[in-house]
Each structure stands twice: as C-alpha cells, then as structure tokens.
Design a protein around this ligand. Structure first.
Ligand code: 4NP
Length: 154
C-alpha cells in the first residue's frame, strides 16, 4: 500500500482539494486498498475547520465532496506513516523538509512534479478571485492521474 499525505499551508484550500480529488479517483477505480491518503497544513491557523466554502463549492461542481474534511497540522508521526509527503508549493516543501525528523524515510516532493500542465506549484487561491479554485482543481486532477500512472495503478 502506498501512503500519501497532501500538504499546503492552511489545509483548507489546496490540500483538501487534492485529498478529495484523489479519494474520488480511488473510489471510482476501486483502489482504496492500494493507497491510503490524507491531507494536512504546515500552519496551525485553521486547525479543526472545514475546507474554505469556495473550495467546497468548486469541488461540488465536479461531483466531489470535501465538506466533511477537517484541517489539521502536519505532525512528526506523519513522517513515519507516509511514503510520500507532497507539497503544493515550494515554501511548504521547504518547511516540511526543515521539520523532517532524523531517520524519516518519507519522500518529500512538490505534488506537481507528477503533473503535466507546466506548473511547478499549485497557486494559493485564498486571497485571489474565484478562478483560482478552478485552477487548483485542474492542476490536482491532472497530477493525481499522473501519480496513479507513475505507480502503475492506472
Ligand atoms: P491553503 O490556502 O494553504 O491552500 O489551505 C490558504 C489558506 C489560508 C491561508 C493561506 C492560504 N491563510 O493565510 O489563512
């Protein structure tokens, strides 16, 4: 089983969207026994909150439900549990790397290293207009598919 943690700053926009999109792909493909996934934030601001309403709405338009997710912060145990800890941007990857406990074998990477759309980072949609949430969905859906292909799951 491959274990994957998606990480952004607040765990209310980008990483719960990636979590929801990948969960739907796993459900559709019958791959829930092949992969375990979760999401978390590097920051503590939004612990316990549901995803941003704009993320919930944008996902719902694509028949993806993320409203039940609850924000949490990355913890030391994550570095032991997960094979891949996939960051939405370089700043979060740098923070993850700085906090990686000695001896952790988790692979830390930008999620979009698996993407094919020419972006390195998933732009933070939090302070922008509504279009940012559509772009997040497009980028993470593409990278989810590529990640599954890379691991010969599709
Ligand atoms: P996320 O977006 O990292 O994709 O969840 C953000 C959410 C909250 C904040 C920044 C980014 N914030 O500054 O509160």
């Amino acid at each position: 089983m491959i274990k994957v943690l998606f990480v952004c700053l607040g765990n209310i926009c980008r990483s719960p969207t990636a979590h929801g999109v990948m969960q739907q792909r796993l459900n559709d493909l019958g791959l829930n026994k092949q992969m375990k996934i979760d999401s978390a934030g590097t920051a503590a601001y939004h612990i316990g909150k549901a995803p941003d309403l704009r993320s919930i709405k944008a996902a719902k338009l694509r028949q993806i439900n993320i409203s039940h997710l609850s924000a949490r912060q990355v913890c030391d145990e994550d570095y032991e549990i997960y094979d891949y800890i996939l960051a939405m941007d370089k700043q979060n990857l740098a923070n993850l790397s700085a906090n990686q406990p000695h001896g952790s074998k988790a692979h830390l990477a930008l999620f979009l290293t698996f993407g094919t759309m020419g972006y390195q980072e998933v732009p933070d949609p939090y302070y922008g207009d509504g279009d940012g949430f559509e772009l997040v969905l497009d980028l993470v859906a593409d990278a989810c598919n590529s990640f599954l292909q890379h691991h010969n799951l599709i």
